[in-house]
Design a protein around this ligand. Structure first.
Ligand code: EPZ
Length: 420
């Protein structure tokens, strides 16, 4: 297990390039199941989750290889329609194989994901959606067992927008007979890219980027090339790293339009933001203002930036209230931040952050991907040395984060350790 050792107090400056989006690629890769042939994915990030998805697809018989930041998939050799517990437990996005398998092969056996660090992660929207498309779905020994001769177009309305369920249902519907209407669909950029990719493969999806998707089923699809969009959450994390250290940084290879909610909150906190085509420059204020917020589905403030924002607000001059309306118990980072001297209270899905924190270095434990990012951000400003344990969590979703931070002037080292 690796850990990061961070000496706090360095202002970050300089330029950092953003990698491809984990949450886009984890949806794009299983889409290759829908059509036989060779796929090329460009701008792929070197992440644990991408390797986990690659291994899952290989277990199903697909050919998968990675060269530099290009990923090749050959889907003509699929021979297994199953996503086992060992995989799905490790990475919930494995459930994305359900829709494509049902659409192309009429059968799938996918483990229920169970919970994660911050509580239950239900998949009822996925299951109900497949049933509405005409699949016969039963739960057996912890697995979703689904069969369908041919899926049929239908009307599906989500109670609340779901990124994963929108992607899964969309991938099931593209080969269904007739038209499928999805109301209250997720509009996250990663889902929009999946829809564009499916259309490049020959699908007929209308309403991309809106809550109302209309998917006209077709007989078959063909492979198409795609370059993963930049990771807006990695971009947001580095902008917060610049702001929390009082530095001035520029992020490149990003899509500023995907970050509007975060940029507006950073400006409210006193940062000066300059946006050019695919670059964002952030200048930190002398004093950060407290800014309260509530997370929301896109284009609202992303829940995947909630932990990083809480770390930033530890440094603000005053108290802020951060509410997570998407995941009601995603605050595992708070007790660890408090061990660094932060003063944060959590009541249900609301965190009250008393700023002006003079954080002091300590050993802290990562529990999940974005919690780890929040602890690293706090370590950048904590006095003295902070050790962030179990950084395998961070490696799931950030490509060489310590190298990118070092390039910006942070004193952070990755140490191999036997410590748990
Ligand atoms: C995706 O997860 C992302 N993961 C998450 O990012 C992200 O936090 C989340 O969307 C919200 O933006 C990937 O894209 C791989 P949801 P997903 O379905 O699809 C409830 C990261 O850090 N819900 O949009 O699982 C659910 O409990 C990860 O990169 C149901 O009730 O999220 C939540 O309250 C963490 N039933 C809300 O919907 C369902 O069947 C939104 O979840 C599905 C979801």
């Amino acid at each position: 297990m690796d850990k990061f050792v961070i000496q706090g107090g360095k202002k970050l400056s300089g330029e950092v390039s953003i990698s491809g989006a984990k949450n886009a690629l984890l949806a794009l890769m299983p889409a290759s199941i829908l059509a036989p042939g060779e796929f090329i994915f460009d701008n792929i990030p070197d992440l644990r989750d991408v390797r986990t998805m690659s291994r899952l697809l290989e277990m199903m018989g697909l050919g998968v290889s990675i060269q530099e930041n290009r990923l090749y998939i050959d889907s003509s050799t699929i021979n297994k329609f199953e996503a086992p517990y060992e995989h799905v437990k490790k990475m919930r996005a494995s459930i994305y194989v359900l829709g494509p398998l049902l659409a192309r092969y009429g059968e799938a056996r996918v483990s229920l994901p169970g919970g994660c660090a911050w509580g239950p992660r239900p998949v009822n929207f996925h299951i109900e959606g497949m049933k509405k498309l005409g699949a016969d779905v039963v739960i057996e020994h912890g697995y979703i067992v689904a069969k369908a001769a041919r899926l049929k177009g239908t009307h599906i309305t989500f109670d609340t927008p779901s990124v994963g369920a929108t992607g899964n249902i969309m991938m099931a519907a593209v080969l269904a007979e007739g038209i499928t209407y999805i109301e209250n669909a997720a509009m996250e950029p990663e889902i929009n890219q999946l829809a564009h990719f499916l259309n490049k493969m020959g699908a007929k999806i209308h309403g991309i980027g809106t809550k109302h998707l209309e998917i006209e089923g077709v007989q078959n699809l063909n492979p198409a090339p795609i370059a993963t969009i930049p990771d807006r959450i990695e971009a947001g994390t580095f902008l917060v790293a610049g702001a929390i250290t009082g530095g001035n940084i520029t992020i490149t290879n990003c899509i500023p339009d995907h970050l509007r909610a975060l940029l507006s909150k950073l400006e409210q906190a006193g940062c000066i933001i300059k946006v050019e085509r695919s670059r964002i420059t952030l200048e930190s204020p002398h004093t950060l203002q407290p800014v309260s917020l509530t997370t929301d589905v896109y284009p609202g403030f992303p829940t995947d930036m909630q932990a990083q924002w809480i770390a930033l607000m530890c440094k603000a001059k005053g108290t802020s209230v951060i509410t997570d309306s998407i995941f009601t118990d995603r605050f595992k980072h708070v007790p660890e931040l408090n061990r660094l001297g932060a003063r944060i209270e959590v009541e249900e899905n609301v965190a009250i952050v008393h700023g002006n924190g003079n954080l002091k270095g300590a050993k802290v434990m990562s529990t999940d991907l974005r919690a780890s990012a929040s602890l690293i951000l706090a370590g950048l400003i904590a006095e003295g040395e902070t050790e962030v344990l179990r950084v395998y969590h961070i490696d799931r979703g950030y490509e060489s984060i310590e190298k990118k931070l070092q390039k910006l002037g942070a004193d952070v080292r990755r140490i191999k350790t036997e410590e748990f």
